[in-house]
Design a protein around this ligand. Structure first.
Ligand code: ADP
Length: 626
């Protein structure tokens, strides 16, 4: 019998598992029980939607047993089972996304992180087993198969006989080592308490043979052991339990189990709604983004139940894209059990639930921002981009819902602030919300135009994410205050006297400035300014497209040809201003060279590329060697 190889990524992950760097080995049981429960859900749902499949609801169950001598634990379910092909594809491959990034010489933390990101499910059983046998018969097949593996070197699949539909998983428990006690799992009490701890809420009975210790003869104090099959779990789904009786641990364990995360959630959001529509929901905000979150493969959605029966694993219609990171469960009485996907999408009840859920999440986040800023900061660091993307997506149709959830870095506070906080602290006479865009805080700080705002003691927002400026442009104004990009025209921070000076300066030199504009071609205008404090020149934009936005457009694979309209500004108080005037009168050729150099300088400061670097560096050399 030839062994089949695991796919290479699965193999690496298995290696990590077998060498068990993850300390919490207990979770293998909850992962297998969770899979069994899913399989039971699937079979039951099939029976409701397919007349050919008959299922006795009382026979849907999970059985756990162990054999101390043979060192085995068996987890059996009467669920949908797996075909030969499913055994192959489900157990021969993991990390479906294929984006698993393995590095050489990873530290323990990095390894645990990889496992954490993927939620290893079935493979976690290899933390405690040196051999695993899965015997399964699918509801869609008369033939059963056994999948067997001793770890990373491969697996075999053989046809076998199995009378009933479902899956039996036999774990061959590893021998104990100096540091690890695996034998503890071959113990009734231990297994029982693990099931109660992690899998209590599973809606199907988890059965196990347990020993009862009976007093046989009171006088002689004689005891007798008596074995009996017992249901270990309470079977009440967590979201149906009395909220006051649920501990944080229970929520955390439920989340980690159901959504295969090795980390606790950042936030739990519960609601119980009655009235126009009746449902309970239990939602979670993860503490970190799943590995595939910012990729095409990520599937948003909430698990949808009606009356405790799962009808859809990931119902995407329940979440707007900007909250796609939310995980959770919704259970309602208002949907029919055998509703088709198409009807579900059109369902008025579902739309109502989705609307309620959206506003619940939003309110919870707003409260978190106000009352628990530290947690909100951590949330925003992970998912803030998604919210800002939501602001401008679909032509900004959701911007009003989201504008109070976004934050930007403030020059005054040196931390993230909301737009409300910015506006509330605006100085008297300050008309606008000032912002500057650039790739980092220090780059923005060195922008010539920033000084003018800071000199006035106004707060300045630093836009360092590529989505930021698009979001701000979509919001347009906040509480009647317009946004002003420091790079742009309309700052209007000069005094009347200063304005008059600049006007005069520009009028007196119209001819020279016109000559410079013609020489430079790419700029739409050249002007003197007094808003630059130390710097000789800068680029200013006119119109809707800023320089930072142009950089985003330039980086896009399809060139849309969108360009910022730029103006070259020259500091009228800088010695270079006089020099230019002099050259214009005396040496036109030299004047043109200076124009080119100054324009390149302005582009460098703005972080834009120079199209003709050799020409410019030769020019500079020519000028400085005189
Ligand atoms: P996940 O549960 O996160 O999808 P697993 O590695 O735990 O990942 O399982 C992979 C797949 O194998 C499952 O999605 C399911 O289709 C199948 N599977 C696992 N256990 C069972 C089972 N007991 N019965 C039927 N199918 C199962």
């Amino acid at each position: 019998m030839k062994k089949k190889e695991f796919k290479s990524e699965s193999k690496r992950l298995l290696d990590l598992m077998i060498n068990s760097i993850y300390t919490n080995k207990d979770i293998f049981l909850r992962e297998l029980i969770s899979n069994a429960s899913d399989a039971l859900d699937k079979l039951y749902y099939r029976s409701l939607t397919d007349d050919k499949i008959k299922v006795d609801k009382d026979k849907l169950e999970i059985n756990i047993s162990f054999d101390e001598e043979k060192r085995t634990i068996t987890i059996s379910d009467t669920g949908c089972g797996m075909t030969n092909e499913e055994l192959e594809s489900n157990l021969g491959t993991i990390a479906k996304s294929g984006s698993l990034q393995f590095k050489e010489n990873m530290t323990g933390d990095e390894k645990a992180n990889i496992i954490g990101q993927f939620g290893v499910g079935f493979y976690s059983a290899f933390m405690v087993s040196d051999k695993i046998t899965v015997t399964s018969r699918s509801v869609d097949s008369d033939q059963a198969f056994t999948w067997e593996s001793e770890g990373a070197d491969g697996y075999t699949i053989l046809p076998v006989t199995k009378d009933s539909i479902g899956t039996d998983i036999v774990l061959h428990i590893k021998p104990d080592t100096d540091t690890e006690d695996y034998s503890k799992y071959l113990n009734e009490y231990e297994l029982k308490s693990l099931i109660r701890k992690y899998s209590d809420y599973i809606s199907f009975p988890i059965k196990m043979e347990v020993t009862h210790h009976h007093l046989k003869d009171e006088e002689k104090h004689e005891y007798e052991d008596h074995k009996e099959i017992e249901i270990i779990n309470s079977m009440v789904p967590l979201w149906k339990k009395d909220k006051d009786k649920i501990t944080d641990d229970e929520y955390d364990n439920f989340y980690m189990d159901k959504f295969s995360d090795f980390d606790k959630p950042l936030k739990v959001i519960t609601s119980s709604v009655e009235g126009m529509i009746t449902y309970k929901s239990l939602l979670f905000i993860p503490s970190h983004a799943p590995a595939d979150y910012y990729s095409q493969e990520y599937e948003k959605g909430l698990s949808l139940y009606t009356n405790g029966v799962m009808i859809m694993d990931k119902c995407a219609d329940l979440l707007p894209d900007y909250f796609s990171f939310v995980k959770g469960v919704v259970d309602t009485e208002d949907l029919s059990l055998n509703i088709s996907r198409e009807m579900l999408q059109e369902s008025h009840s579902l739309k109502l639930i989705a609307k309620n859920i959206e506003s619940k999440i939003r309110k919870e986040l707003e409260t978190m921002m106000k009352e628990d800023r530290e947690t909100y900061n951590s949330f925003f660091k992970t998912f803030g981009v998604q919210l800002k993307y939501g602001v401008y997506n679909n032509y900004g149709q959701d911007k009003d819902k989201l504008k109070d959830l976004v934050m930007f870095y403030s020059s005054k506070h040196e931390r993230l602030v909301s737009l409300k906080e910015y506006v509330d602290e605006m100085k008297e006479g300050q008309e606008k919300i000032y912002y500057a865009a650039g790739s980092s805080i220090s780059k923005i700080d060195s922008m010539p135009q920033v000084d003018q705002v800071k000199d006035k003691d106004y707060d300045l927002l630093y836009l360092t994410d590529y989505v930021d400026e698009f979001a701000i442009t979509a919001i347009q104004e906040y509480e009647g205050k317009k946004f002003a990009n420091v790079e742009n025209d309309s700052l209007d921070l000069e005094s009347d006297e200063e304005k008059e000076d600049t006007k005069k300066e520009n009028e007196e030199n119209t001819e020279m400035l016109k000559a410079m504009t013609e020489e430079l071609k790419e700029v739409s205008d050249v002007k003197f300014t007094n808003r630059l404090k130390k710097h000789p020149v800068c680029l200013k934009t006119k119109g809707d497209v800023s320089i930072e936005m142009q950089k985003v457009f330039d980086a896009m694979p399809n060139d849309l040809g969108i360009k910022a309209e730029t103006i070259l500004e020259i500091n009228s108080k800088h010695p270079i201003a006089e020099k230019l005037k002099k050259l214009y009168k005396e040496d036109k050729e030299e004047f043109n060279k200076y124009s080119k150099i100054l324009y390149s300088e302005a582009r460098i400061i703005a972080g834009l590329p120079i199209d003709n670097p050799t020409e410019i560096s030769n020019l500079i050399c020519e000028v400085i060697s005189k």
